[in-house]
Design a binder for this molecule. Structure first.
Ligand code: GLN
Length: 729
């Protein structure tokens, strides 16, 4: 049962009297927070009984998506809207909340409407009456209605899958395998009517439901925008832009210590993204194979940690950045390699695999064993082996052999270590072949606490991943690690083949690949990509997620945030809370925002008879005095409807004087307070700079506000004059 509704109803109704109607754009799972907000808003001692009927139309997010994305309004919805307009219905509350439509009646309190207008608010009753038939609609039905053609009554699977792709879910995702298999089966049953592609079929409701039902949980989550990046397509637009910026950067040099690396085109550039919910996006040369090189280091380290635990592993290898080159012939003061992300430490980790993790395995078995871990992490994507690179690595390995001997001399290795086998194993790990696509899934598995997002297989324990990410954070980009941790603030690992594995813990993994390297051995485009990413998004470990920031947070639901702000604003106006309105204004909020039905703060303040709020909105916020809601009502109509004669008089007078006020002229710069401003500390008066005309209605305190006809630019200027960087103002 939809538990939130009665609470919401009781809470809202004071504010919903009149023609109040509000759309709450909330996904599932947010009921608690919303209810709390609303309870606060309702904590008003002035409530008096109100028996207005409240209709609650609960639209699913799918309905909204359908409208917003596919321009597919649906006749029923249109008819409903026009009939509501004719009836000029009493208070309506739309909750875009779940797949239900409910009607129920106000049992809360609030002042009564004028007698003469009471007939507009006739339907009184006290019950909660869910529309059962709607309640029974399941996700498959909703999806069908969302995509089906009104003419044919069939759903185009091509369109459906394209819609799914915009959420980040690909046709090849293992989590929709059953859907794709079912589609092929239906195609076969229909004698391949639509030609070679099963995806171009048009299905009826029953077939569609049967086809999608095995994967409906994931699909419903996708279309409800319940993934970690809800608006995935707008996020990927940013990635495309960053990609293009980096593409233009042609600096850096190819690694040339082996011919296979020297042969790469310096123009190759690919970026793949995989979120912890398995949302995928790729751009550029993402299928081009390259060898893992140092990007294998965190992975072998993870296997060693998983099998031996951190105590054993770190009795052989340290956790400190070396401050030296990745292949420097140096050990720390304990005669251990500094960390597992540089060559010495990685060779040491290989010895642990060889001597401690799988002492009974042959070299060939350990190779297979390691590869199977990599494969599981990548969700079965492309992991292979490049023998030419392996042979070249082994040939050009004087420094690595030197490191091996130096460590053996210093007794760094566990007993029974066969150095030759260890060195070969290290070169084999470096020579594993992959591509950006596969590596982004590996990075995402690290971001996801060791669980592969696409297969949902638990590959590593979360503690292992925490340790791996910690070392990547401090030591992942060779001798640039300190600067990288400072600037980008995320765990990453680069490799000499041009790879950059970036992990945004609990959010996503990104793999950027481009062969040209800087002098420290890091991919030039990869580094630029990371810089630009964290300057756009608040992904840096120490970015503040709560307070004002000029960065985007793609984890948040754009409309959810906006919807909640509107709700807060409208509640403030409806409850006559001028202090809250001032706070909204000072935090830079657009006070002219309207809800789904075009109802503004001014409508609600007027319908509730809050003259101070009305004055504040017009005089201080310079909101237009005559916005029309979806029924064509002005704020003054609301005030009239509910017999708030003082508000009616004020609004009429304002409108009258606005007519006469010349548009170009505004008052001189004023720094003053209105009645509504009395609570402001004396040093925080708002300065509004205009020139010319006075307000049509000077406030009692003598405030001369700008004309209500001031242009949008004027009102923006007045808001901009407040220092938005000080949220506490
Ligand atoms: N194969 C390289 C080496 O051992 C790997 C190092 C790297 O990617 N920086 O020298």
């Amino acid at each position: 049962m939809f538990k939130g509704v009665p609470t919401l109803a009781n809470l809202n109704l004071r504010f919903l009297k009149g023609n109040s109607r509000i759309a709450l754009l909330l996904p599932r799972g947010k009921a608690t927070a919303t209810s709390l907000d609303l309870e606060d808003a309702n904590a008003n001692p002035n409530n008096t009984p109100n028996t207005n009927k409240i209709n609650v139309d609960v639209y699913s997010e799918e309905d909204l998506l359908k409208r917003a994305k596919f321009g597919h309004t649906g006749k029923q919805v249109q008819q409903k809207i026009s009939s509501e307009k004719k009836l000029r219905t009493p208070p309506l509350l739309n909750l875009v909340f779940a797949n239900r439509k409910l009607s129920f009646y106000d049992t809360s309190s609030g002042p009564k409407p004028c007698e003469e207008n009471a007939k507009l608010n006739q339907r009184r009753n006290y019950s909660i009456r869910p529309h059962r038939e709607q309640e029974q609609r399941n996700a498959e039905d909703v999806l069908f209605d969302m995509f089906a053609s009104e003419e044919t009554g069939l759903i185009s699977m091509g369109k459906f899958l394209a819609g799914l792709k915009t959420t980040g879910i690909r046709r090849t995702d293992p989590r929709v395998r059953e859907l794709m298999d079912n589609l092929k089966k239906v195609h076969k049953l229909n004698n391949y009517e639509t030609g070679s592609s099963a995806e171009t079929q048009h299905l009826n409701r029953e077939t569609f439901k049967a086809v999608v039902s095995p994967n409906i949980v994931l699909i419903a989550k996708a279309f409800r925008q319940q993934f970690v990046i809800p608006d995935f397509s707008s996020f990927t637009k940013d990635i495309e832009e960053i990609y293009a910026n980096c593409k233009a950067n042609t600096s850096g040099k190819l690694a040339d210590y082996i011919p296979q690396l020297a042969r790469y085109s310096p123009n190759l550039w690919g970026v793949s993204v995989c979120t912890v919910d398995g949302q995928r996006f790729s751009i550029g040369d993402v299928d081009e194979p390259f060898t893992l090189q140092s990007c294998s280091k965190p992975l072998t380290y993870a296997i060693a940690l998983e099998k031996l635990g951190p105590k054993v592993v770190h009795s052989f290898v340290g956790q400190e950045p070396s401050g030296r080159n990745f292949n420097e012939l140096v050990l720390d003061q304990n005669k251990k390699p500094h960390n597992p992300m540089i060559n010495a430490g990685a060779i040491l980790t290989c010895s642990l695999m060889n001597a401690l993790v799988k002492p009974d395995m042959t070299s060939a078995e350990i190779f297979d064993y390691t590869m199977s871990w990599f494969k599981r992490l990548s969700g079965g994507e492309y992991i292979s082996f490049n023998n030419a690179v392996f042979l070249s690595e082994r040939e050009a390995a004087d420094r690595n052999y030197a490191l091996g001997f130096y460590m053996r001399e210093n007794k760094c290795f566990p007993k029974r270590t066969n150095l030759k086998e260890v060195m070969d194993y290290y070169f084999q790990c470096c020579s594993m072949e992959t591509n950006c696509e596969a590596m982004s899934v590996i990075a995402a598995s690290l971001a996801n606490g060791g669980i592969c997002p696409t297969t949902e297989e638990k590959v590593f324990r979360p503690e292992v991943i925490r340790d791996v990410l910690s070392i990547m954070h401090s030591c992942g980009t060779y001798d640039y690690s300190g600067q990288f941790a400072f600037k980008v603030g995320l765990p990453a690992k680069t490799g000499v083949s041009g790879g950059m594995m970036l992990v945004i813990p609990n959010v996503m993994g990104i793999f950027a690949w481009s062969p040209p390297l800087d002098t420290l051995g890091n991919t030039v485009r990869g580094l630029q990509f990371c810089d630009e990413l964290v300057s756009r998004f608040n992904f840096h470990r120490y970015d503040n997620l709560k307070h004002l920031s000029n960065k985007k947070d793609p984890r948040k639901h754009r409309y959810e945030t906006k919807g909640l702000s509107i709700v807060n604003l409208l509640f403030s106006a409806a409850s006559g809370d001028v202090t809250a309105l001032r706070r909204h204004r000072l935090s830079g909020m657009d006070i002219t925002l309207a809800d789904y039905d075009g109802r503004t703060a001014l409508h609600l303040a007027a319908s509730e008879g809050h003259l101070e709020c009305v004055k504040f909105l017009l005089e201080q916020c310079h909101v237009p005095h005559n916005p029309k809601d979806r029924w064509g009502n002005l704020p003054v109509d609301e005030a009239e409807n509910f017999c708030h004669s003082d508000v009616v008089e004020y609004l009429k007078s304002w409108a009258e004087k606005s007519k006469d006020a010349p548009q170009e002229c505004f008052p001189e710069a004023v720094t003053t307070t209105t009645e509504a401003d009395e609570e402001l500390p004396t040093n925080t008066t708002t300065s509004v700079s205009h020139s010319g005309n006075t307000s049509p209605i000077p406030s009692e305190s003598g405030f001369r506000s700008p004309s209500p006809l001031s242009s949008e630019a004027e009102s923006t200027a007045s808001v901009a004059s407040v220092d938005k960087t000080k949220p506490g103002l």
